[in-house]
Design a protein around this ligand. Structure first.
Ligand code: SAH
Ligand code: CA
Length: 248
Protein backbone atom coordinates (compact mmCIF):
# COMPACT_ATOMS: atom_id res chain seq x y z
CA UNK A 1 0.00 0.00 0.00
CA UNK A 2 2.61 2.48 1.14
CA UNK A 3 4.89 1.68 -1.76
CA UNK A 4 2.02 2.12 -4.14
CA UNK A 5 1.08 5.45 -2.62
CA UNK A 6 4.64 6.68 -2.90
CA UNK A 7 4.89 5.59 -6.48
CA UNK A 8 1.68 7.44 -7.32
CA UNK A 9 2.92 10.54 -5.59
CA UNK A 10 6.17 10.55 -7.52
CA UNK A 11 4.37 9.92 -10.80
CA UNK A 12 2.04 12.81 -10.19
CA UNK A 13 5.01 14.99 -9.26
CA UNK A 14 6.84 13.99 -12.40
CA UNK A 15 3.80 14.70 -14.44
CA UNK A 16 3.32 18.19 -13.12
CA UNK A 17 6.78 19.05 -14.37
CA UNK A 18 5.66 18.49 -17.94
CA UNK A 19 2.59 20.68 -17.45
CA UNK A 20 -1.12 19.97 -16.99
CA UNK A 21 -1.89 18.60 -20.43
CA UNK A 22 -3.23 15.37 -18.98
CA UNK A 23 -4.51 14.20 -15.65
CA UNK A 24 -3.58 10.55 -16.19
CA UNK A 25 -1.44 9.38 -13.31
CA UNK A 26 1.19 7.77 -15.48
CA UNK A 27 3.25 9.67 -17.99
CA UNK A 28 3.95 6.43 -19.81
CA UNK A 29 0.26 5.77 -20.36
CA UNK A 30 -0.29 9.28 -21.66
CA UNK A 31 2.75 8.94 -23.96
CA UNK A 32 1.31 5.65 -25.18
CA UNK A 33 -1.97 7.35 -26.14
CA UNK A 34 -0.15 10.16 -27.93
CA UNK A 35 2.27 7.91 -29.78
CA UNK A 36 -0.21 5.17 -30.69
CA UNK A 37 -3.34 7.06 -31.69
CA UNK A 38 -2.83 10.80 -31.63
CA UNK A 39 0.44 11.79 -33.30
CA UNK A 40 0.19 9.28 -36.18
CA UNK A 41 -3.22 10.73 -37.12
CA UNK A 42 -2.62 14.40 -36.30
CA UNK A 43 -3.15 16.46 -39.45
CA UNK A 44 0.09 18.05 -40.71
CA UNK A 45 -1.08 21.67 -40.10
CA UNK A 46 -2.02 20.83 -36.50
CA UNK A 47 1.43 19.36 -35.96
CA UNK A 48 2.98 22.49 -37.42
CA UNK A 49 0.86 24.74 -35.21
CA UNK A 50 1.61 22.64 -32.13
CA UNK A 51 5.35 22.86 -32.78
CA UNK A 52 5.17 26.59 -33.46
CA UNK A 53 3.19 27.11 -30.24
CA UNK A 54 5.68 25.05 -28.22
CA UNK A 55 8.21 27.86 -28.73
CA UNK A 56 5.83 30.49 -27.31
CA UNK A 57 6.23 31.38 -23.61
CA UNK A 58 2.56 30.69 -22.76
CA UNK A 59 2.42 27.31 -24.52
CA UNK A 60 0.98 25.64 -21.42
CA UNK A 61 -2.37 27.23 -22.40
CA UNK A 62 -2.55 25.43 -25.72
CA UNK A 63 -5.02 22.58 -26.15
CA UNK A 64 -3.25 19.21 -26.04
CA UNK A 65 -3.07 17.04 -29.15
CA UNK A 66 -5.30 14.34 -27.64
CA UNK A 67 -7.93 16.92 -26.74
CA UNK A 68 -7.68 18.35 -30.25
CA UNK A 69 -8.35 14.90 -31.65
CA UNK A 70 -11.31 14.52 -29.28
CA UNK A 71 -12.80 17.86 -30.37
CA UNK A 72 -12.48 16.91 -34.03
CA UNK A 73 -14.25 13.59 -33.42
CA UNK A 74 -17.02 15.24 -31.41
CA UNK A 75 -17.68 17.92 -34.03
CA UNK A 76 -17.84 15.33 -36.80
CA UNK A 77 -20.18 13.09 -34.79
CA UNK A 78 -22.47 16.06 -34.21
CA UNK A 79 -22.32 17.28 -37.81
CA UNK A 80 -21.60 20.67 -36.32
CA UNK A 81 -21.70 23.60 -38.69
CA UNK A 82 -22.22 26.79 -36.72
CA UNK A 83 -19.75 27.10 -33.84
CA UNK A 84 -18.16 29.56 -31.44
CA UNK A 85 -14.85 29.58 -29.58
CA UNK A 86 -14.04 31.83 -26.64
CA UNK A 87 -10.28 31.82 -26.01
CA UNK A 88 -8.18 31.20 -29.11
CA UNK A 89 -4.52 31.78 -28.12
CA UNK A 90 -2.47 30.54 -31.13
CA UNK A 91 -5.42 28.56 -32.48
CA UNK A 92 -4.81 24.85 -31.89
CA UNK A 93 -8.41 24.07 -30.84
CA UNK A 94 -9.60 26.53 -33.47
CA UNK A 95 -7.74 24.66 -36.20
CA UNK A 96 -9.06 21.31 -34.87
CA UNK A 97 -12.56 22.80 -35.16
CA UNK A 98 -12.00 24.37 -38.57
CA UNK A 99 -10.70 21.09 -40.00
CA UNK A 100 -13.70 19.16 -38.61
CA UNK A 101 -16.39 21.46 -40.01
CA UNK A 102 -17.80 21.19 -43.54
CA UNK A 103 -16.57 23.71 -46.10
CA UNK A 104 -19.47 26.09 -45.35
CA UNK A 105 -19.03 25.69 -41.58
CA UNK A 106 -18.53 28.76 -39.38
CA UNK A 107 -16.57 29.61 -36.26
CA UNK A 108 -16.97 32.86 -34.40
CA UNK A 109 -13.63 33.02 -32.56
CA UNK A 110 -13.00 35.58 -29.84
CA UNK A 111 -9.92 36.54 -27.89
CA UNK A 112 -8.66 39.69 -26.19
CA UNK A 113 -5.26 38.96 -27.72
CA UNK A 114 -4.98 39.14 -31.49
CA UNK A 115 -1.19 38.82 -31.67
CA UNK A 116 -1.17 35.18 -30.64
CA UNK A 117 -3.96 34.38 -33.09
CA UNK A 118 -1.89 35.99 -35.81
CA UNK A 119 1.09 33.81 -34.91
CA UNK A 120 -0.90 30.73 -35.86
CA UNK A 121 -2.95 32.27 -38.64
CA UNK A 122 -0.53 31.51 -41.51
CA UNK A 123 -0.76 27.80 -40.66
CA UNK A 124 -4.56 28.00 -40.61
CA UNK A 125 -4.54 29.79 -43.96
CA UNK A 126 -2.19 27.23 -45.47
CA UNK A 127 -4.55 24.47 -44.27
CA UNK A 128 -7.28 26.09 -46.41
CA UNK A 129 -9.79 26.58 -43.59
CA UNK A 130 -9.40 30.28 -42.70
CA UNK A 131 -12.59 31.16 -44.60
CA UNK A 132 -14.62 29.38 -41.91
CA UNK A 133 -13.28 31.68 -39.19
CA UNK A 134 -14.51 35.07 -38.13
CA UNK A 135 -12.12 36.44 -35.51
CA UNK A 136 -13.27 39.09 -33.04
CA UNK A 137 -10.66 40.86 -30.96
CA UNK A 138 -11.81 41.84 -27.49
CA UNK A 139 -13.62 40.44 -24.46
CA UNK A 140 -16.33 37.94 -25.37
CA UNK A 141 -18.98 38.97 -22.84
CA UNK A 142 -20.17 42.20 -24.54
CA UNK A 143 -20.43 40.34 -27.85
CA UNK A 144 -22.66 37.71 -26.25
CA UNK A 145 -24.79 40.38 -24.62
CA UNK A 146 -25.23 42.13 -27.92
CA UNK A 147 -26.22 38.91 -29.64
CA UNK A 148 -28.85 38.27 -27.00
CA UNK A 149 -30.43 41.72 -27.17
CA UNK A 150 -30.20 42.61 -30.85
CA UNK A 151 -30.49 39.51 -32.91
CA UNK A 152 -32.20 36.90 -30.77
CA UNK A 153 -35.04 36.31 -33.25
CA UNK A 154 -32.88 36.14 -36.35
CA UNK A 155 -29.83 34.45 -34.82
CA UNK A 156 -28.77 31.07 -36.09
CA UNK A 157 -28.30 29.10 -32.85
CA UNK A 158 -24.95 27.45 -32.28
CA UNK A 159 -24.33 23.73 -32.66
CA UNK A 160 -21.16 23.84 -30.59
CA UNK A 161 -19.46 26.38 -28.33
CA UNK A 162 -15.99 25.86 -26.86
CA UNK A 163 -15.20 27.98 -23.80
CA UNK A 164 -11.49 28.19 -22.99
CA UNK A 165 -10.88 31.71 -21.68
CA UNK A 166 -11.22 33.60 -18.37
CA UNK A 167 -12.22 30.90 -15.86
CA UNK A 168 -13.63 33.47 -13.40
CA UNK A 169 -16.33 34.26 -15.97
CA UNK A 170 -17.46 30.78 -16.97
CA UNK A 171 -20.64 31.00 -14.89
CA UNK A 172 -21.44 34.36 -16.50
CA UNK A 173 -20.76 32.89 -19.94
CA UNK A 174 -23.04 29.98 -19.16
CA UNK A 175 -25.94 32.32 -18.31
CA UNK A 176 -25.71 33.70 -21.84
CA UNK A 177 -24.55 30.72 -23.86
CA UNK A 178 -27.45 28.55 -22.76
CA UNK A 179 -29.68 30.85 -24.87
CA UNK A 180 -27.27 30.94 -27.80
CA UNK A 181 -26.70 27.20 -28.22
CA UNK A 182 -29.45 25.24 -29.93
CA UNK A 183 -31.46 22.58 -28.11
CA UNK A 184 -29.38 19.42 -28.64
CA UNK A 185 -26.23 21.49 -29.12
CA UNK A 186 -23.12 21.31 -26.95
CA UNK A 187 -21.21 23.81 -24.85
CA UNK A 188 -17.75 22.52 -23.85
CA UNK A 189 -16.16 24.15 -20.81
CA UNK A 190 -12.44 23.53 -20.74
CA UNK A 191 -10.09 23.10 -17.76
CA UNK A 192 -12.85 22.01 -15.37
CA UNK A 193 -10.43 19.78 -13.44
CA UNK A 194 -8.08 22.73 -13.10
CA UNK A 195 -4.75 20.95 -12.81
CA UNK A 196 -6.33 18.44 -10.43
CA UNK A 197 -6.72 21.20 -7.81
CA UNK A 198 -10.50 20.70 -7.61
CA UNK A 199 -9.89 17.50 -5.64
CA UNK A 200 -7.12 18.88 -3.44
CA UNK A 201 -7.64 20.32 0.02
CA UNK A 202 -7.80 24.12 0.10
CA UNK A 203 -4.52 24.32 2.04
CA UNK A 204 -2.54 22.14 -0.41
CA UNK A 205 0.42 23.86 -2.06
CA UNK A 206 -0.67 25.30 -5.41
CA UNK A 207 0.74 27.74 -7.90
CA UNK A 208 -0.75 31.20 -7.48
CA UNK A 209 -2.90 31.19 -10.62
CA UNK A 210 -4.13 27.67 -9.88
CA UNK A 211 -5.25 28.76 -6.43
CA UNK A 212 -6.85 31.96 -7.71
CA UNK A 213 -9.11 30.33 -10.28
CA UNK A 214 -9.78 27.14 -8.29
CA UNK A 215 -12.81 28.54 -6.42
CA UNK A 216 -14.40 29.70 -9.67
CA UNK A 217 -13.94 26.27 -11.23
CA UNK A 218 -15.39 24.58 -8.13
CA UNK A 219 -18.43 26.87 -8.28
CA UNK A 220 -18.89 26.27 -11.99
CA UNK A 221 -18.74 22.50 -11.59
CA UNK A 222 -21.42 22.62 -8.89
CA UNK A 223 -23.62 24.95 -10.92
CA UNK A 224 -23.41 22.80 -14.06
CA UNK A 225 -24.22 19.63 -12.11
CA UNK A 226 -27.33 21.35 -10.71
CA UNK A 227 -28.55 22.84 -14.00
CA UNK A 228 -31.68 21.02 -15.23
CA UNK A 229 -31.44 22.61 -18.70
CA UNK A 230 -28.43 20.49 -19.64
CA UNK A 231 -27.09 16.94 -19.74
CA UNK A 232 -23.48 16.93 -18.60
CA UNK A 233 -20.41 14.77 -19.01
CA UNK A 234 -17.09 15.64 -17.42
CA UNK A 235 -14.17 14.06 -19.21
CA UNK A 236 -10.60 13.78 -17.90
CA UNK A 237 -9.20 14.76 -21.29
CA UNK A 238 -6.55 17.48 -21.26
CA UNK A 239 -7.17 19.49 -18.10
CA UNK A 240 -10.78 18.28 -17.93
CA UNK A 241 -13.59 19.23 -20.26
CA UNK A 242 -17.25 19.34 -19.28
CA UNK A 243 -19.66 18.81 -22.14
CA UNK A 244 -23.08 20.34 -21.62
CA UNK A 245 -25.88 19.32 -23.98
CA UNK A 246 -28.82 21.68 -23.96
CA UNK A 247 -32.02 19.71 -23.42
CA UNK A 248 -34.57 22.51 -23.20
N1 SAH B 1 -8.15 27.33 -26.99
C1 SAH B 1 -6.77 27.81 -27.00
C2 SAH B 1 -6.25 28.18 -25.63
C3 SAH B 1 -6.89 29.41 -25.03
S1 SAH B 1 -5.94 30.05 -23.72
C4 SAH B 1 -5.85 26.79 -27.66
O1 SAH B 1 -6.29 25.70 -28.04
O2 SAH B 1 -4.66 27.08 -27.79
C5 SAH B 1 -7.02 31.27 -23.04
C6 SAH B 1 -7.23 32.47 -23.94
O3 SAH B 1 -8.32 33.22 -23.41
C7 SAH B 1 -6.05 33.43 -24.00
O4 SAH B 1 -5.59 33.54 -25.32
C8 SAH B 1 -6.63 34.76 -23.51
O5 SAH B 1 -6.15 35.89 -24.21
C9 SAH B 1 -8.11 34.56 -23.74
N2 SAH B 1 -9.00 35.40 -22.93
C10 SAH B 1 -8.84 35.76 -21.63
N3 SAH B 1 -9.86 36.53 -21.23
C11 SAH B 1 -10.71 36.64 -22.31
C12 SAH B 1 -11.96 37.30 -22.51
N4 SAH B 1 -12.54 38.01 -21.53
N5 SAH B 1 -12.56 37.20 -23.72
C13 SAH B 1 -11.96 36.50 -24.72
N6 SAH B 1 -10.78 35.85 -24.57
C14 SAH B 1 -10.16 35.92 -23.38
CA1 CA C 1 -7.78 24.98 -22.10
Amino acid sequence: MAANGEENQSQIGRHQEVGHKSLLQSDDLYQYILETSVYPREPEPMKELRELTAKHPWNIMSTSADEGQFLTMLLKLMNAKNTMEIGVYTGYSLLATALALPDDGKILAMDINKENYELGLPVIQKAGVAHKIEFGEGPAMPVLDEMLTDVKETMDPYDFIFVDADKDNYINYHKRLIDLVKVGGIIGYDNTLWNGSVAQPADAPMRKYVRYYRDFVLELNKALAADPRIDICMLPVGDGITLCRRIK
